[in-house]
Design a protein around this ligand. Structure first.
Ligand SMILES: O=C(O)CCC(=O)C(=O)O
Ligand SMILES: [Fe+2]
Length: 329
């Protein structure tokens, strides 16, 4: 099956076509390649190169920036250290995001205050922080531009999402390495929906990413110069299920695999509103998917903790033991 391609330039040069393509792709197929996204391709390559360099460090060196040291769930976690859909994920990664000073919080503070904080990067690769930040800023702009396209595809004013942004806006990213398949293990990351509004996945050379499209797992191999776009839980919530978060997974392959993912977030202290869609779209909505074992939470900070406690129970136990029971479903 052919994965559709969207050209972000067309949002300026051929708007009606772009909006109509965007709408038809994400109400049927659920994933696409995005080209001409405006993110410097050389910068993407350089970030990928530095990320690969990090993963060649010894485990001891990588553990110097262990996520266990970060109440904000930033830093390195090793293979088998993360869980999705109850199964072990075989990948290693650096989690990073909007880089800010940590806030002073205690158990009675609003929980969003626990999430704001600094990234952890390795001292052995000093360029990584600056390259990451430059890439993160460019990717934020591109995702926000595409988000305006989504607003238009929903027949809403293009600034409809603006009220979700402000001083405490947060986005998250992962620098990822998947090992080659071994001993019958094939779960790179298990089937899941991403948090956030939309995700951009930057794949290096290896395949392995699959989307669940019309109940079938479809390969989404790397395509030069493109990013893969997936819808996240927040866009499903905001449209009351008119748009569905893309279910996807990564299988291990005979070779190691590298990728980088960017998850567009919003203000940490907000609840995701239900956007007032035109009647004819509302009628087509089948509602938000409800899985009692994985409820989609409207409160942004609660949603973040639900995900992170599930993925990184060891980190949660160290820094947020008071929340573990509350967010274990
Ligand atoms: O590695 C990839 O291609 C996708 C990663 C992913 O789905 C995730 O981290 O949420
Ligand atoms: Fe994902």
């Amino acid at each position: 099956m052919q994965i559709p391609i969207l050209d972000l330039n067309e949002l300026d040069s051929n708007r009606d076509k772009f909006i109509s393509d965007l709408k038809s792709i994400f109400t049927t197929f659920g994933t696409c390649y995005l080209i001409n996204h405006g993110i410097d391709l050389e910068l993407c390559k350089e970030l990928q190169r530095l990320s690969k360099e990090f993963f060649t460090l010894s485990l001891e060196e990588k553990e110097e920036i262990s996520m266990l040291k970060s109440p904000q769930f930033r830093g390195y976690s090793q293979e088998g250290g993360e869980y999705t859909a109850g199964g072990k994920d075989y990948r290693e990664q650096i989690d990073a995001g909007s880089d800010k000073e940590a806030l002073d919080w205690d158990e009675n503070s609003p929980i969003w205050m626990r999430i704001q904080g600094p990234n952890l990067f390795p001292k052995q690769i000093p360029q990584l922080r600056d390259k990451f930040n430059a890439w993160f800023d460019q990717t934020s702009l591109a995702t926000l531009k595409l988000l305006k396209g989504f607003a238009m595809a929903l027949e809403l004013p293009e600034d409809s999402f603006d009220k979700l942004y402000g001083e405490n806006s947060y986005a998250h990213a992962k620098l990822l390495r998947y090992p080659a398949a071994f001993d019958g293990n094939t779960q790179g990351v298990g089937a899941h929906k991403d948090g956030g509004l939309i995700t951009f996945v930057f794949q290096d050379r290896e395949s392995g990413l699959q989307g669940l499209l019309n109940s079938e797992w479809i390969d989404v191999p790397p395509m030069d110069g493109s990013v893969v776009v997936n819808i996240g839980e927040f866009l499903e919530l905001a449209t009351n299920g008119y748009l569905k978060a893309t279910i996807h997974r990564v299988n291990l392959t005979p070779n190691e695999r590298f990728s980088i993912a960017y998850f567009l977030g919003v203000q940490l202290d907000k609840d995701i509103p239900i956007l007032e869609l035109p009647e004819h779209l509302k009628k087509e909505s089948t509602g938000v998917d409800t899985d009692p074992k994985n409820p989609l939470l409207r409160n942004v900070a609660q949603n973040y903790f639900k995900r992170m406690i599930r993925s990184h129970p060891d980190v949660a136990k160290v820094h947020h033991s008071d929340l573990v029971d509350k967010f274990s479903f």
